[in-house]
Design a protein around this ligand. Structure first.
Ligand code: SF4
Length: 667
């Protein structure tokens, strides 16, 4: 039996971007482990990815191109050759463009792979035909907009390898142990040096139990808490005047906004113990190295952008960016600065092209002007808000729908053409990260199963059939690696394509003590924007007598979006079926007990879920863990049956944490 162990990079939408060792036996993937030599991965992969070999070899992988034979949504297909699929799709697409124009063609893609080539190169195809432009807003847009409103473009954060020097770590709105699990080793190392850890999250989870202290904050009140920190810091003159004099603008306006939030008011508003709050602000402000890891979860509501801004200003206020192990991190992605422009076809983009916010897909489909939809790296029938209207829209017989997938997802059921896509173990790609500073590269560790092809291959073939001429559409993956590294970014100096291909994982050129923002922001004037001052917004959507509870949906520990949601061992690990957690105070008057099934209704729909009754969630808050495949849920409905398309205050982001609902025992 031939056994080899080959290197690759995890392509899932996770900040850790792990370096992995894949065991291949007789051409099949049999084991996945973290690379022991990698400074971030440190020899372990998370529980969900440990199961990826099963997913890779699962018998229900889509292995050949398929054409619809039943009604839309029925999931009935017949196999066809690639040649037939490509020719038919090209012919139908040409007709759509001729008859209705290219601005009835929409690509829909997100983080199904984080590989730059397989996620970005397809965009060049759509830009070359003049298709609609998708605004990729479902996850990181609001957090990014909030951060960049303070610090300018290209998000930076404290290097996770510096966390060992931290003296106080606040994990704010993130279940770090599950969604950024490789932050645990440096945090533990810091703890051995006396660092304390505070977790701020409405849901008591693994990270809360790991931390020294947990604050079960009221949903959506993060901006008020951060402004109260600001007020107390300024009142006690714990701020770093010298740093602010050099690098801040708008401080007086910020001071005024903070003054609305004395600690007493914030403690009551945010549902926090006043004494702990008072003690913590002082510890944070006077710590030798205070660090905040801020998560995207707290941005998924009407005030999410303001909340991010208010939190991200705190390290600037106290000069924490100057301290080794201090500062904050939302994302490290802005450091990479790859020359992605021609790879993703920026030069082909028409200035007057209409943009479509991906959170508004339900409305976009409903207005029925769309004539062609290409879905790759995404599963909108499960993950996008208002999914019942999405399904209705996908039933439109006049909509050419092409889905590139590994499995027959809920979205794939509506495809006219369902095409077999390669997994990250089967194609070449280059990976940045939003949790560390290593640029990474991987080649296939196994041949593609069946007739699976990469996204890049498919769109190149389609471009040929449409007679498109731009040379960038025909670059091969290794040529793209060269192109991507033709960058003026000094952090990429000395990182050639040859070196990256040889070493697989290369740290960006950062100074020995990398202290982002210690010399100001990324705006041309280097000033950090304290104005317009962030505010605690009062949400328009408030609990009512009809819908008295708020729903939040943090990631489950084992299912990453819907990527692993059909792997039997993962489903078993995650409890066998989707569950929701409600507080005993909400359960008891309704006669709801642990293990019962309840219906959860919003103004747009209703789902049924098994319930866990626990004070891990606050009274008034329903926690739904993870996104499950709708068709694998007992009621065949996904969580987004009951979520709305409402957008956030900044960045046009999703508001999955905004929804108000009612619960009752299921009949
Ligand atoms: S999902 Fe995240 S933690 Fe798990 S292996 Fe991939 S990068 Fe690592």
């Amino acid at each position: 039996m031939a056994i080899t162990v080959l290197p690759t990079i995890c392509a899932l939408d996770c900040p850790d971007a792990c370096s992995l060792d894949i065991t291949v036996e007789d051409g099949k993937v049999t084991h996945l482990a973290g690379n022991r030599e990698h400074p971030i991965t440190k020899g372990f992969a998370c529980a969900k990815m440990a199961k990826y070999p099963q997913r890779q070899e699962q018998s229900d992988r889509v292995l050949v191109p398929m054409r619809r034979i039943g009604p839309k949504g029925s999931g009935q297909f017949e196999p066809i050759s690639w040649e037939t699929a490509l020719n038919e799709i090209a012919d139908r697409l040409k007709l759509v463009i001729e008859k209705y124009g290219a601005q009835t063609v929409l690509p829909y893609a997100y983080g199904g792979t984080m590989g730059v080539i397989q996620s970005q190169a397809p965009l060049a195809f759509f830009r070359s035909i003049g298709a609609l432009e998708l605004d990729q807003t479902i996850c990181a847009a609001t957090g990014g907009a909030g951060w960049e409103a303070n610090y300018g473009p290209n998000k930076l954060g404290t290097d996770p390898e510096e966390l060992i020097h931290s003296k106080l770590i606040i994990l704010w709105g993130i279940n770090s142990l599950r969604t950024n699990s490789h932050s645990a080793p440096p945090i533990n190392a810091a703890r051995k040096n006396g660092c304390r850890v505070l977790h701020i999250d409405p849901f008591r989870n693994e990270t809360s139990k790991f931390a020294d202290e947990h604050w079960q904050i009221r949903v959506g009140s993060d901006a008020a808490l951060a402004l109260a920190f600001g007020n107390e810091i300024l009142k006690n003159q714990w701020h770093d005047q010298e740093y602010l004099d050099s690098f801040a603008t708008g401080l007086e306006e910020y001071r005024e906004a903070c003054s609305e939030w004395p600690l007493e008011r914030a403690a009551e508003y945010c549902n926090l113990p006043l004494d702990s709050l008072r003690t913590m602000v002082e510890q944070f402000a006077t710590s030798e190295a205070p660090f905040i890891k801020v998560g995207y979860g707290l941005t998924r509501n009407e005030g999410g952008g303001n909340a991010m801004r208010a939190i991200a200003l705190l390290p600037a206020l106290i000069g924490a960016w100057k301290k080794q192990g201090g500062g904050a991190c939302l994302s490290t992605s802005g450091a990479f600065g790859l020359n992605v422009h021609r790879v993703r076809g920026d030069h082909l983009l028409q200035p007057d092209v209409r943009h479509v916010n991906m959170n508004l897909l339900a409305s976009e489909l409903q207005d029925s002007k769309l004539r062609a939809l290409f879905v790759f790296n995404s599963n909108p029938a499960a993950v996008a808000p208002d999914s019942s209207r999405i399904r209705n829209g996908l039933c439109n017989e006049d909509l050419l729908t092409v889905v590139l997938e590994h499995f027959q997802t809920d979205t794939a059921d509506f495809a006219d053409y369902l095409l077999p896509a390669t997994t990250f173990l089967e194609h070449t790609d280059i990976y940045t990260s939003y949790g560390h500073y290593y640029l990474q590269y991987s080649e296939p560790v196994v041949p593609a199963r069946g007739e699976a092809k990469s996204n890049h291959w498919f769109f190149e073939q389609l471009a040929r059939r449409l007679g498109l001429v731009d040379e960038s559409l025909y670059w091969q993956p290794k040529e793209m690696v060269h192109e991507l590294l033709q960058s003026t970014n000094p952090r990429l100096a000395g990182i050639t394509a040859e070196r990256l291909m040889r070493e697989k994982s290369v740290k960006l050129n950062l100074p020995d003590r990398f202290l982002p923002y210690s010399d100001g922001s990324n705006f041309p004037d280097r000033k950090i924007r304290f104005s317009p001052a962030p505010r605690q917004l009062e949400f328009e959507v408030q609990p009512t007598t009809e819908f008295p509870l708020r729903l939040i949906s943090p990631p489950g520990p084992f299912i990453l979006n819907t990527s692993m949601g059909n792997v039997p061992s993962v489903i078993k690990l995650a409890g066998g079926e989707p569950q929701v957690i409600i507080n005993p105070i909400d359960a008891s008057p309704l006669g709801i007990a642990n293990g019962d099934y309840i219906s959860i209704s919003s103004d747009i729909g209703s789902i049924v879920r098994k319930v866990i009754v626990s004070d891990d969630t606050l009274p008034g808050v329903v926690v739904a863990l993870g996104q499950w495949w709708p068709k694998l849920s007992p009621d065949k409905k996904g969580l987004n049956e009951i979520t709305s398309q409402r957008l956030t205050d900044l960045g046009g982001g999703s508001t999955f944490g905004n929804q108000v609902v009612r619960i009752e025992l299921a009949k």
